[in-house]
Design a protein around this ligand. Structure first.
Ligand SMILES: Cc1ncc(COP(=O)(O)O)c(C=O)c1O
Length: 311
């Protein structure tokens, strides 16, 4: 689906067609940008858009700006204001995926650190049918980028050349996606989501030193699984062959939501959906929106003195 017609570029609401940066900016030449994908869930009853964990997303963006040594680190308040004005300018009344990018705007040499540009826009999103059917996945022949090369916990645009190469390979070979291994041969993550598996009633996920993005959805799943479902959750390094023996597995992320994996390298999971129905219901259900998303919105409003709703 196309991006909604109004975007926010450096604090100004502009038409999609006019949202441009220079072809010789550091963002284009060197991939010097950090970004976030953020979900807005429209609630019909409340007639409000609940933006999922906005403060966490904006703090992660600030972390990325610091690591890339940007001259200017935008405040959470400023970025939230740009995002909310963009949402309002589009009169959003449906689920959206919001993209925000903070990038090197100057035509400078490699080490240019500013000025910094900030852009955001939104794309309407309907639920993927794969949330129901699940996905067939292959181990990628590409290794995950390592922390001491391009840190995956920084959501830098350049990192995604790795994810893109892996995903393209998987799709070319007839799979829905890929699971990428670290340079130590341990399970890392998918091209755009974190990985979980169930074995003997325990939920396992690669720990944060497995070259993953420290996913906000992953943290939510861990919290819900432990608190609401009473499951034991273990974060540790995971071998490829352990996944073959898992009873269930799934991916999670802002864009992918909670997505069942039904086979890895054409080896089917024994019980593809029984466990998964529970956390996904928690994440998708209207009541969960009211409580979880509502809580986030209220916390955001309290912390930052502004509304998390759209209208
Ligand atoms: C590589 C990668 N891993 C994991 C995730 C999930 O992170 P989050 O839940 O914060 O969206 C994403 C993005 O959505 C991603 O791009």
């Amino acid at each position: 689906m196309p991006t909604l017609p109004k975007m926010c570029l450096n604090g100004e609401i502009v038409a999609y067609e006019d949202c441009k940066i220079h072809a010789f900016s550091g963002a284009v030449k060197y991939g010097a940008g950090v970004f976030e994908g953020i979900r807005g869930y429209w609630n019909d009853k409340a007639e409000e858009l609940y933006i999922f964990r906005l403060p966490e997303h904006l703090e992660r963006l600030r972390f990325g700006m610091r690591v890339l040594r940007y001259d200017e680190i935008f405040s959470v308040e400023h970025m939230a204001d740009c995002l909310l004005r963009m949402v309002r300018a589009n009169s959003v009344r449906g689920n959206v995926h919001i993209r925000m990018i903070a990038y090197i705007d100057s035509d400078d040499e490699l080490v240019g650190c500013g000025p910094i540009g900030l852009v955001c826009g939104a794309v309407p999103r309907t639920p993927s049918p794969k949330l129901e059917t699940g996905v067939h996945i292959a181990i990628s022949s590409y290794q995950r980028i390592a922390d001491n090369a391009l840190p995956p916990r920084v959501k830098c645009t350049a990192n995604y050349v790795n994810n893109r190469a892996a995903e393209l390979e998987g799709k070319r070979n007839g799979y829905d996606g890929v699971l990428i291994l670290t340079n130590q041969g341990k399970v890392s993550e998918a091209s755009g989501a974190c990985f979980f598996m169930v074995k003997d009633g325990v939920l396992y996920t690669p720990d944060v030193t497995s070259d993953i993005l420290e996913s906000i959805t992953r943290a939510t799943v861990i919290e819900l699984a432990a608190k609401d479902l009473g499951l034991k959750v273990v974060e540790r390094s995971i071998d490829r062959s352990e996944v073959y023996g898992a009873s269930e597995a799934f991916f999670c992320g802002t864009g992918w939501e909670v997505l069942p994996m039904i086979s890895l390298d054409r080896l089917a999971s024994r019980r593809p959906r029984s466990f998964l129905a529970r956390p996904s219901r928690k994440l998708d259900h209207d009541r969960a929106h009211q409580s979880l998303f509502g809580q986030c919105r209220r916390r955001f409003a309290r912390d930052h003195g502004c509304a998390g709703g759209s209208q």
